[in-house]
Ligand binder design. Structure first.
Ligand code: 5GP
Ligand code: MN
Length: 351
């Protein structure tokens, strides 16, 4: 068993080495490089984007990070956060930058619509060569090099592999390491999800040797609640949490009026869906949050309950087996009722 596993890892490394070397050649010969990642960037999109950004700058090429929109304030302490160009705030600049680019990295997303329809179209129509580095299922991005590894816990781990396996490991400094650590830490739920492997820990071990303060990163992300945010989360749990009868499913839905009451800021409901999943015997958790554009839905699950299909088939979304998201243009009440009808009519009956 172990031999089989090692053989698998070794063949993966061997095949990938060439791809990583090709990526380095592409970086060296490109004139204008852009790094993109998905809407509502999370720790892994920021970690992979900014570690790659710092790394590319060391091999002396023009590089810019362009994201569709802003991240939550939990990430605003990152030293390079202001160097990210946001499409939502500066459409023309991002459009012309994409049009001038000859190499575009697509990090931590599997289809152009994850950039939002407008930015997605611009990137899709660009003549630049594309490099995909991602860990979501069913990639649909035509790329000259495609590193799509669904068994790897985070895209940031793949950025580490790129740096190390292309023979440029000596360029990995504490700033790059910090970003990779951020991405791994957030996408693995602080190193506890099933996707964490011995390789994940080997990578973290190499990162820590660069000498940054890992505890500070955890603290900056997870111990940075505003009073309003903590009260909103507490209210949601005390007043809005519902466990569906006879199903291991917990849900919370939050209306605009409730969000306003607690002075809601982007990112304030982050982690709430995991709190639902922390309830004993709850296997599927769903969080519905009303936004100006519609209802944003987050799903989490465990065991043999998967949520990616639920998100992609019924809620215009997708994601991983145990963490997925989606969107509904219906009212929050209709969305909730539709969700209930789907799971109550036997979506999980075969388990
Ligand atoms: P979150 O609940 O943190 O917003 O999202 C969890 C995971 O679900 C993300 O890492 C991403 O893989 C996926 N996801 C979230 N929203 C969407 C969406 O609208 N479309 C797709 N395809 N995936 C999503
Ligand atoms: Mn990710």
């Amino acid at each position: 068993m172990l031999t089989l596993y090692l053989a698998h890892i070794l063949s993966y490394m061997h095949d990938r080495k060439k791809d990583f070397q090709t990526i380095i050649e592409l970086i060296k010969s490109a004139k204008n490089i852009i790094i993109t990642s998905h809407k509502s960037p999370d720790g892994d999109s920021l970690g992979s984007s900014l570690s790659l950004y710092r790394f590319i700058k060391k091999i002396n090429t023009n590089v810019l990070v362009c994201h569709p929109d802003q991240s939550s304030s939990a990430f605003h302490w990152l030293v390079d956060i202001d160097s990210i160009q946001l499409f939502r705030e500066n459409k023309e600049l991002v459009r012309s930058t994409v049009e001038k680019s000859d190499l575009i990295f697509c990090l931590d997303y599997n289809s152009f619509d994850r950039l939002g329809s407008e930015m997605g179209e611009i990137v899709q129509n660009s003549m630049a060569k594309k490099v995909l580095i991602d860990h979501h299922q069913n990639p649909s991005i035509p790329a000259i090099v495609s590193i799509s590894e669904t068994s790897i816990a985070s895209t940031s781990e793949l950025i580490f592999e790129l740096i190390e396996q292309s023979g440029l490991g000596e360029l990995l400094d504490a700033e790059i390491a910090k970003y990779i650590y951020l991405g791994i830490m957030t996408d693995t739920g602080s190193f506890r999800f099933p996707s964490v492997s011995s390789r994940t820990h080997e990578i973290v071990s190499s990162l820590l040797k660069t000498g940054f303060q890992h505890a500070q990163i955890h603290e900056a992300i997870f111990d940075a609640n505003s009073l309003d945010r903590l009260k909103l989360k507490s209210y949601a749990i005390v007043e809005k949490l519902e466990v569906l009868q006879e199903l291991p499913v917990g849900i919370i839905f939050l209306e605009n009026e409730e969000l306003k009451r607690f002075n809601h800021q982007k990112g304030d409901t982050e982690g709430l869906v995991n709190t639902i999943l922390s309830i004993e015997n709850i296997m599927v958790a769903a969080l519905f949050v009303e936004t100006e554009e519609g209802v944003k839905i987050s799903f989490r699950s465990k065991g043999s309950y998967f949520v990616n299909e639920l998100a992609s088939v019924y809620f215009n979304g997708g994601g991983h087996k145990y963490a997925a998201g989606g969107f509904s243009a219906e009212s929050i009440f209709l969305t909730k009722e539709r969700f209930k009808a789907i799971v109550l009519s036997g979506f999980y009956d075969s388990i």
